[in-house]
Design a protein around this ligand. Structure first.
Ligand SMILES: [Ca+2]
Ligand SMILES: [Ca+2]
Ligand SMILES: [Ca+2]
Length: 291
């Protein structure tokens, strides 16, 4: 039951039951909410969901095989953790807006990926993909970040170069400017006119060509390996968190807003509930004194 419904049912109970029982329930709820700030939705999550992703894998699981998708495709595009994935990998430390208890996925150098088995990037006229990444030292070519082989492919085409590649709208190579083992936000957008790659919200390059369809294939959308540039392989080594896919082009300001939300500490909302509970306790105290 959400907070609003809980308060409402408590107030309804006031009418037919004793005031003190309702107040006790409300107090317990408020204290429980304060004790579990992780239950409050993270600011970054709200910002991303507000822009309507079809896929959003928080990668917050610490066990089990399923990587939940909270984007609009829901369970149909949930991922499966395949081979060795460190599900308890720490997320970006400078992003308190991801919420208390946030975790990422760590993979490589051996096989490890999240695979959806779904061709969610086929036949798009526009797209956006984003995530936080912490690449380790890179020695190989064709290291996948996330994408769908032969449709929209995104990763390191060589150790120093990030590439977005599409069969319908061309490709773009940009130099990856950061040292290994640092967390950064990365995004790529195809808007039907061109392709852009963003690092921490800053455009790193624009390329590609005009298209009404970026391409299609029968391969599945994968994260971290399992085939991104090719049918299999393309193993990434490092950490990935909060992978989001949109079937539309986000603007630079929308991407910057996501990053800003990630940097905002999350203030627990239940403070108003605590005040309400204290107020009810005060009323009870007054009633008791009158008796
Ligand atoms: Ca996460
Ligand atoms: Ca995790
Ligand atoms: Ca390919």
């Amino acid at each position: 039951m959400n907070a609003r419904l809980t308060i409402w049912s408590d107030f309804r109970r006031i009418g037919r039951d004793s005031l003190s029982r309702a107040a006790r329930g409300l107090c317990l709820f408020a204290l429980a909410a304060l004790a579990h700030p992780a239950a409050v939705m993270a600011d970054y999550v709200s910002a991303v969901l507000d822009d309507g992703p079809i896929g959003y894998w928080r990668l917050n699981e610490t066990a089990g095989n399923t990587a939940a998708n909270i984007g609009s495709l829901g369970n149909a595009a949930e991922g499966t953790y395949v081979s060795v994935v460190d599900q308890n990998d720490a997320g970006p430390p400078a992003a308190p807006g991801l919420g208390v208890g946030n975790t990422a996925m760590g993979v490589g150098p051996g096989d490890g990926s999240v695979q959806t088995g779904q061709s969610i990037l086929s036949n798009l006229s526009a797209f956006t993909m984003s995530a936080f990444i912490k690449p380790a030292d890179r020695a190989a070519d064709r290291i996948g970040l996330f994408g769908q082989n032969d449709a929209i492919e995104f990763g390191f085409i060589n150790p120093d170069t990030v590439q977005i590649w599409t069969p319908g709208g061309g490709s773009l190579n940009v130099t990856y400017p950061f040292p290994a083992d640092e967390w950064h936000h990365i995004a790529t957008v195809g808007n039907g006119t061109n392709l852009t790659v963003y690092f921490d919200g800053q455009p790193a390059g624009t390329g590609g060509g005009v298209t009404g369809n970026y391409g299609s294939s029968g391969f599945g959308f994968n994260i971290g390996g399992g085939g991104v540039y090719d049918g299999t392989g393309n193993q990434f080594t490092g950490s990935i968190d909060e992978v989001a896919v949109f079937d539309k082009a986000l603007t630079e300001n929308q991407i910057l807003a996501h990053i800003a939300a990630s940097q905002e500490p999350i203030i627990p909302e239940p403070s108003t509930l605590v005040l309400a509970a204290l107020g009810l306790l005060g009323i009870i105290g007054m009633r008791r004194r009158r008796r």
